[in-house]
Design a protein around this ligand. Structure first.
Ligand code: A2P
Length: 324
């Protein structure tokens, strides 16, 4: 499978996104994915399934499907651990849950710092500070991102992680990070699909030698079950997608995912369905034409489904915008 350069490393372009995979399904999903050929897993402590993902990794290795070194494992630092003294314990907790002694990539999950919640009190801590309060809400903590980044750099120094990066950053935050970082970020993970092409941000990342991973590469699909989108928001029925799918004899989902990798981003589609696992990986034996790429890019509506400025208020009673 095609790889992309991430810092000093090579990362398989297609990974399995582990967000929203229920705990009872997570270990088997990882085994099925590795059997299907996936070598890149996109995890996070906030997904609440890292121990089960770790069981899946151990089972896949024990079954001889892969070695640890064959795998690229990404995880993410949650918002409640942004203070420098919490960064390493948070990473070590993730490593323990995953059953690993290093991560290939560790990312700051959001440029949002929340008040610390001890592991023993609640893990993962999620968004709300005290769910048992009369009016549960988020408690923002004003921690400089430079402090969090210094903690991330120490993880590289300590050999716990090979590469470090960020998620959900905008151009201004990325430029600022370039200014204060001793170890440069090698990855920017952002929502991107044909309805949110993010061309300027992706171009800037390229200019700065920061690789890009697109989450929710299929667009609305992930958000329908969360009531954050409806089936009518799907990109899979858009005319240029259907036309390309008919020409290449592939599914609309494969065309949208191929558009993602052909523009140079890594993609991390989520599924637990073994057929779709294979479908989402079979992207490297066909190509979209320049015109098809342009027509799919022209579907852009700057339509963001994962926006803390919206969901934090709706779900957690706290207005917390990060995109203006
Ligand atoms: P399921 O998990 O039932 O397969 P994204 O990774 O862009 O967030 O998309 C994940 C969503 O898209 C999930 O709802 C997943 O459903 C669905 N999905 C994943 N792969 C495909 C595919 N090849 N065709 C249609 N739906 C898919």
């Amino acid at each position: 499978m095609t790889s992309i350069t991430v810092g000093k490393s090579q990362m398989p372009a297609v990974g399995l996104g582990l967000w929203k995979i229920d705990r009872p399904d997570a270990a088997q999903a990882v085994v099925d994915a590795v059997e299907a050929g996936y070598r890149h897993l996109d995890s996070a402590s906030d997904y609440g399934n890292e121990a089960e993902v770790g069981e899946g990794i151990a089972a896949a290795i024990a079954a001889g499907h892969c070695t640890r070194e064959d795998l690229w494992v990404t995880s993410k630092l949650w918002n409640t651990y942004h203070r420098k003294e919490h960064v390493r314990p948070a990473c070590e907790k993730t490593l323990e849950d995953l059953g690993l002694d290093y991560l290939d990539l560790y990312l700051i999950h959001f440029p949002i710092a929340l008040k610390y919640v001890d592991f023993a009190e609640r893990y993962p801590a999620e968004w709300v500070y005290d769910p048992s309060a009369e009016n549960p809400s988020m408690e923002v903590d004003f921690v400089p991102l430079a402090e969090t980044w210094a903690g991330m750099e120490e993880l590289v120094d300590a050999g716990l992680v090979k590469e470090i990066g960020v998620c959900n950053y905008t151009s201004g935050l990325l430029l600022d990070l370039m200014a204060y970082s001793r170890i440069k970020p090698s990855m920017l993970q952002i929502e991107s699909h044909p309805f949110l092409t993010q061309e300027k941000l992706i171009r800037l990342a390229g200019d700065l030698s920061v690789a890009v991973t697109a989450f929710s590469p299929l667009g609305a699909l992930s958000y329908v079950q969360l009531d954050m989108a409806t089936n009518s928001d799907t990109v899979l029925t858009a005319a240029p997608v259907i036309a390309a799918a008919e020409r290449v004899g592939r599914t609309p989902a494969q065309v949208v995912l191929r558009w993602g990798v052909q523009r140079g981003t890594s993609i991390i589609p989520k599924t637990t369905n073994p057929e779709r696992l294979r479908e989402n990986l079979a992207l490297f034996d066909f190509e979209l034409t320049g015109d098809e790429m342009a027509a799919i890019s022209a579907l852009n509506q700057d339509r963001r489904f994962n926006d803390p400025g919206v969901f934090c208020e709706q779900a957690f009673g706290t207005f917390c915008p990060i995109y203006d």
